[in-house]
Design a protein around this ligand. Structure first.
Ligand SMILES: NC(=O)c1ccc[n+]([C@@H]2O[C@H](COP(=O)([O-])OP(=O)(O)OC[C@H]3O[C@@H](n4cnc5c(N)ncnc54)[C@H](O)[C@@H]3O)[C@@H](O)[C@H]2O)c1
Length: 342
């Protein structure tokens, strides 16, 4: 990765563009990433705010604590927040920055693979609310995203693989053969990571550029997320299931939604089989009861991606092209999980 990515930030800081610089961290990025960031960015005058890591802290209480801290440290409209962390932290930090004093600037410095390839880009900021994912938030772009794989060195293997769910998703949204799912899985997940981050974050950025506010074509980025988000939320609500990481839930969302694409649109079953096989090498299978599935379906009805009480899916057509706003009956949803469980 290019080191000159820090130059925009260095220039802005040198020319006193900001009245104060706030660094938002969690306990892990404070421990593992802060020093690297300070050395590379050469920032010496900053105020640090540390929050607790984890999806369970992606909520309004965390925001209130950050807003209080900004207020007590006299942040003004010329202050900037630098979000140094994974997708949870950049989602919260972007939202806090976008709402404090009606909006101050922020920069994302993703430190997880998922953040580098997806969450730090595209301007979706927000928090979870009433057990539902990302229910409160705004669209607002960071003024910059610094992509530096040096931060991945301390990321656990589990968290690293977690990022692959969104990379797989992006590989189904391109018709460029060198980026498709079948070519992606031939790459080395570790040695080719720079190439993978550049290419697959670019796929997202190109989609976002055309439809910043998700009124239409950007919805394709929700592939795997209709089921995935409901499953992730459910894992936090249910006592019978371990809490799922975002990537773990999305991979199941992808497998089941691509299976539905096969049933309804004749999308290649071989490819779905391949996705399932590759994914199960990295992610453990979870088992869900009939009651679990009923609750997950009910959660999907409340998700913000739906309208007028019906559940909207992104499916792939026979040629592998995404189709938005597709309706799926409960029976097919159940059948997709039977396929996943098989
Ligand atoms: N805004 C978007 O467009 C978008 C897109 C996809 C996902 N998301 C959101 O992203 C979140 C998931 O993000 P995530 O997978 O990055 O998880 P995460 O932010 O929870 O980070 C995972 C864990 O890794 C730790 N960590 C981060 N960087 C580290 C490093 N370099 N070394 C060691 N530990 C480190 C964190 O402290 C945390 O414990 C979800 O809330 C999801 O909704 C947002």
């Amino acid at each position: 990765m290019k080191n000159d990515q820090y130059s925009l930030l260095k220039e802005k800081i040198k020319s006193n563009d900001f009245s104060s610089v706030f660094l938002l961290l969690d306990e892990n990025t404070d421990k593992y990433c802060l020093e690297i960031f300070i050395n590379k960015s050469e920032i010496n005058n900053y105020k640090k705010i540390v929050i607790k890591s984890g999806e369970e802290n992606k909520n309004i209480d965390t925001c209130i604590n950050i807003w209080k801290e900004l207020n007590s440290q006299k942040a003004d409209r010329k202050s900037i927040i630098i979000n140094l962390g994974g997708g949870v932290l950049t989602d919260i930090g972007g939202f806090v920055a976008s709402t404090y004093l009606r909006g101050i600037e922020f920069i994302n410095v993703p430190t997880t693979l998922l953040g580098m390839v997806d969450a730090a880009h595209g301007g979706k900021t927000g928090i979870d609310f009433l057990s539902l994912k990302n229910q409160i938030g705004v669209f607002n772009m960071p003024i910059g995203v610094i992509l530096d794989t040096v931060y991945l060195k301390t990321l656990s293997k589990e968290e690293y693989l977690n990022g692959y769910a969104e990379i797989f998703k992006h590989s189904f949204l391109t018709d460029s053969s060198d980026l498709s799912f079948n070519s992606l899985i031939k790459l080395d997940f570790y040695n080719d990571v720079d190439f993978i981050i550049n290419k697959y974050s670019d796929i997202k950025n190109q989609i976002v550029k055309v439809d910043k506010y998700e009124s239409n074509s950007r919805k394709v980025l929700n592939l795997g997320h209709t089921i995935g988000h409901a499953l992730e939320s459910y894992s936090y609500l249910s006592n019978s299931l371990d809490k799922l990481k975002h990537g773990e839930a999305i991979i199941i969302g992808l497998i089941t939604e691509l299976y539905i694409s096969n049933k309804l649109n004749d999308f290649s079953l071989d490819t779905v089989d391949k996705l399932k096989e590759v994914s199960l090498n990295y992610f453990s299978k979870i088992s869900l009861t009939d009651n679990d599935l009923k609750s997950i379906y009910d959660l999907m009805i409340f998700d913000k991606k739906n309208d007028k009480g019906s559940v909207n899916f992104v499916l792939l057509d026979k040629a592998g092209k995404p189709m938005i706003d597709q309706k799926v009956d409960y029976d097919i949803f159940i059948e997709a999980f039977a396929y996943y469980n098989n």
